[in-house]
Design a protein around this ligand. Structure first.
Ligand code: 4AD
Ligand code: MG
Length: 477
């Protein structure tokens, strides 16, 4: 009896059995007596070698004329041990059925293509080894993240994508054009807040400006203030100048929010989560990680193992500034922006120095000056509000992977802070209510999922670890 198998199932358990395999042809070599076809169904980077004996197969010559890189095929045959190098098992074909042809214009001919070129054919690039492997690893990471939080009894919360609040206050929101067409019912509703007097404003779908969310945190705080531990895992959007190898206009973020915790609990959770995911990858994605280690980032496995083994570093912002100045003065390190002064934001080069040179492993920088961080962060009690209970996790090769904090949970302190930040209290009435009714210490963090995938695969550009990247000038596919 014939069973359809995925290529990843080819091992000794099905040795000698008769199978059917579907996939896409990567290469064809016709050597008269035999043809060798490499077929891949997205199981792994190796695919499987199909050996087609010319004598046995009816219509062999005709088939060879039609088969080429990019075709889809169904193969019927027997799984046998491979005498050749490079694979343990192969399939002796009884029949090869061409499902869908591909002519010589198929852009992924047998050679290594540049990743930049591949972005121009984002609809075909999943058929390459690097993108295929990146997406398998990405999927495994997402599943491990859910497993980690499930194990700790966190509720998976779905926060909205359409919102009217700018959580980070950085003014990087995509505005949603949400006008109702003329005459549509509901468009004539009288609106409360209509100082502008603009006609279009009157017809706005929501009755106020709306945007794509930059973060699910504020909604996360609402639910942590009832369910204790929640996390979000969804798309977020930023209209910042994202022409770098670490920024996307649309990226996925994991945002746990926990009640009854302080900053050290936030850091503990983040470190445990990252290690859980790495452990999962080491046991489940071995062959893909080896591929990345060999072809994309030498030393990747060693880097991941070290990250698993070692406790993450911890350093206060104030000490980090001191170290960066020491680096310039005593170690002759050159930064493009020079040594940072206390109170300024760390540049990427500074962050990378801390993670790559000083600690040589992931490091939490904590207690940042309040002026350079978001309005919701909790003032530290120990230094008259010069710093907030905030942390960034910096990792080698990437820089900032996580931003998190304890949240200001004291009503009066938060109100004063919002005033300093020029925020309108009225717009945050519901957020302030959390501090009015049963307020508790709480905190959380946001982990940029694509940066994490970059870290685990060694892929250099963030645009190559998301199926369809969005960045300035790119919204096709
Ligand atoms: O540091 P950020 O802005 O923090 C927040 O949004 C908080 N509300 C999170 C929280 O406490 N719940 O963003 C968090 C992380 C960054 O550390 C980075 O990894 C990632 O999100 N990130 C981006 N990733 C890709 N492209 C971009 N444009 C990104 N902006 C931020
Ligand atoms: Mg940040």
């Amino acid at each position: 009896r014939m069973r359809v198998r995925r290529i990843l199932e080819a091992d000794e358990a099905i040795l000698g059995t008769h199978v059917k395999v579907n996939g896409w042809v990567r290469t064809v070599r016709d050597q008269k007596q035999f043809a060798f076809i490499n077929v891949n169904d997205g199981s792994n980077v190796t695919g499987i070698q199909i050996v087609v004996p010319s004598e046995k197969l009816q219509g062999y010559a005709e088939l060879m004329k039609q088969l080429s890189t990019g075709c889809s095929v169904a193969v019927l045959g027997t799984v046998v041990e491979s005498p050749g190098k490079g694979q343990k098992y192969e399939i002796r074909a009884d029949d090869v059925i061409l499902l869908g042809g591909a002519d010589a214009s198929f852009p992924l001919q047998k050679k290594r293509h540049g990743l930049e070129f591949l972005r121009t054919i984002a609809h075909l690039r999943p058929r390459t080894n690097s993108i295929g492997a990146a997406m398998r690893v990405r999927s495994a990471m997402a599943q491990a993240i859910h497993a980690f939080f499930a194990q700790r009894d966190f509720v998976y919360l779905h926060t909205p994508i359409l919102t009217s609040s700018d959580c980070e206050g950085a003014g990087e929101m995509f505005r949603v054009t949400s006008l109702l067409p003329e005459g549509v019912k509901g468009s004539e509703l009288p609106l409360k807040d209509d100082k502008s007097g603009e006609v279009e404003f009157k017809k706005d779908f929501f009755g106020k400006s709306s945007f794509l969310t930059v973060s699910g945190q504020l909604g996360g705080e609402v639910y942590a203030s009832a369910l204790t531990d929640i996390y979000t895992f969804g798309p977020t959007f930023r209209a910042e100048n994202s022409n770098t190898t670490r920024h996307l206009a649309e990226f996925w973020m994991i945002e746990p929010e926990m009640a009854f915790v302080d900053l050290s609990d936030v850091m503990e959770n983040a470190e445990a989560m990252i290690k859980y995911v790495l452990q999962h990858l080491r046991s489940e994605c071995g062959s893909d990680l080896e591929f990345f280690d060999q072809y994309v980032q030498k030393g990747l496995l060693e880097k991941l193992d070290l990250c698993l083994r070692e406790p993450f570093g911890r350093i206060s912002y104030t000490d980090a500034i001191e170290e960066l100045n020491k680096a310039v003065k005593e170690k002759n390190i050159k930064f493009e922006f020079g040594a940072p002064v206390w109170g300024s934001d760390l540049q990427t080069e500074h962050e990378r120095y801390l993670a790559e040179k000083l600690f040589q492993k992931p490091v939490f920088v904590y207690d940042y000056p309040s002026e350079i961080k978001a309005f919701y962060m909790k003032f530290n009690d120990h230094d008259d509000g010069r710093t907030v209970s905030a942390t960034d996790l910096l990792v080698p090769g990437i820089g900032e992977l996580i931003g998190g904090s304890a949240r200001e949970h004291r009503l009066e302190v938060l109100k004063a802070k919002m005033k300093d930040f020029g925020l309108d209290e009225a717009a945050y009435w519901w957020y302030l209510d959390l501090r009015r009714y049963g307020t508790v210490k709480h905190g959380g963090y946001g982990l940029g999922f694509e940066r994490f995938v970059q870290f685990c695969t060694g892929m250099e550009n963030i645009r190559d670890v998301i199926p369809f990247p969005r960045y300035p000038g790119q919204c096709e596919f």
